[in-house]
Design a protein around this ligand. Structure first.
Ligand code: FES
Length: 356
């Protein structure tokens, strides 16, 4: 099982008025474990007022670059982000699990591909990693970024993006959109919604055949942008999305409610080659919390169905998932589940955390 390790803060810089950039050193003995694919994230754990908090932040470094960098936007009332921005200092350590996540780009130096990305706010962090890595490692590929923010002064990593544009003038196209600042061209004003995507695509992407599109931003933006891209002719399997933040909880799905009256289930967990077993009521909140009640610490971070830190393979039995924003369709089809969102439907359930 992936474990938390303390990573030392090598640099901590203010990125914008409400965001910081943190560079983390990985001890040599863990270098292999923290090797990452561009777009992946790190689950973090801190203790505030005796309470353990977990959050996930995307890596914004290029593939292979060390120290690892993350960008943290301070959310009003956000315990973790406020702690990171106000209390951490160079030389402190932050507990982080090795990288995970299926939102990533697979690179090959022989590729000559066009990539497009739509990022909003701090959704730029995984996209920045992809963009830098693609430009560095695929000399014949091109990258086009549409990046929405309120205004220039709140735009994270804007200097990095301009520097990359100087390095790769022919292969990188940058388009900044602002909602609260007038732009020279009206097309660059406003929100990244379906109409805007259609407008931008018609203006900048005609004749382009993107090999992949990457979309990262708040929940509200993801669906409209991905649907619009599919409508414009991109194959759904080539449109990849990652949300930040945990979507607002809706009502429980019917299948979950239906289990409220059912009785108990035995859950077997296979991890690092060992088996552990516990019993839970099928109506209990979720498998991760039920395991914790039995002293079994299963991996998790967001507990909102987004980060996929709790991803495991359902070897036997049946579960119902309340939400899933973290798994790709092929993962669901091949039996992967999010344990933080799952409740047993069958009386026996076996989860395999060793299967990748
Ligand atoms: S802990 Fe994030 S999806 Fe389960």
């Amino acid at each position: 099982m992936k474990q938390f390790h303390p990573l030392t803060i090598a640099r901590l810089d203010r990125e914008t008025k409400d965001s910081v950039r943190i560079a983390l050193c990985v001890p040599d003995e863990f270098a292999d474990e923290y090797a990452f694919l561009p777009g992946q994230h790190l689950p973090f754990q801190i203790t505030v007022d005796g309470k353990k908090l977990r959050r996930t932040y995307s890596i914004c470094s290029a593939q292979g670059e060390m120290p690892l960098e993350i960008g943290v936007r301070v959310q009003p009332g956000g315990q973790f982000s406020e702690f990171a921005a106000k209390q951490l200092a160079v030389g402190d350590t932050l507990d982080a699990m090795p990288p995970s996540g299926q939102f990533h780009i697979s690179l090959d130096a022989e590729n000559a591909k066009d990539y497009i990305a739509f990022a909003a706010g701090s959704g730029i962090t995984p996209v920045l990693s992809m963009l830098k890595s693609a430009l560095q490692n695929e000399p014949n590929s091109r990258f086009m970024l549409f990046y929405g923010n309120r205004k220039q002064s709140t735009t994270m990593f804007i200097e990095d993006l301009y520097a990359l544009k100087n390095l790769y003038p022919e292969r990188l196209q940058l388009h900044f959109l602002f909602t609260q600042e007038d732009q020279e061209f009206p097309i660059m004003s406003g929100r990244l919604d379906a109409d805007k995507v259609r407008e931008l695509y018609a203006a900048f992407c005609t004749g382009l055949n993107p090999a992949a599109a990457f979309v990262c931003g708040p929940d509200t933006m993801i669906k409209t942008v991905t649907d619009a891209l599919v409508e414009l002719g991109l194959a759904p399997e080539n449109v990849h999305a990652e949300r930040f933040g945990v979507p607002r909880k809706g009502s429980k799905p019917k299948s979950a409610v239906a289990t409220e009256t059912a009785n108990r289930a035995t859950v077997t967990v296979i991890m690092d080659g060992h088996k552990k077993e516990f019993e839970m009521r099928r109506a209990d909140e979720n498998i991760v919390d039920a395991a914790a009640d039995h002293g079994i610490d299963l991996p998790y971070s967001c507990k909102g169905g987004v980060c996929a830190t709790c991803r495991c393979h359902l070897r036997d039995g049946e579960v119902t998932m309340a939400t899933n924003y973290g798994l790709e369709p092929w993962e669901v089809e091949t039996g992967f589940i999010l344990a933080c969102q799952s409740r047993p439907v069958s009386a026996l359930v076996t989860l395999d955390y060793d299967k990748i």
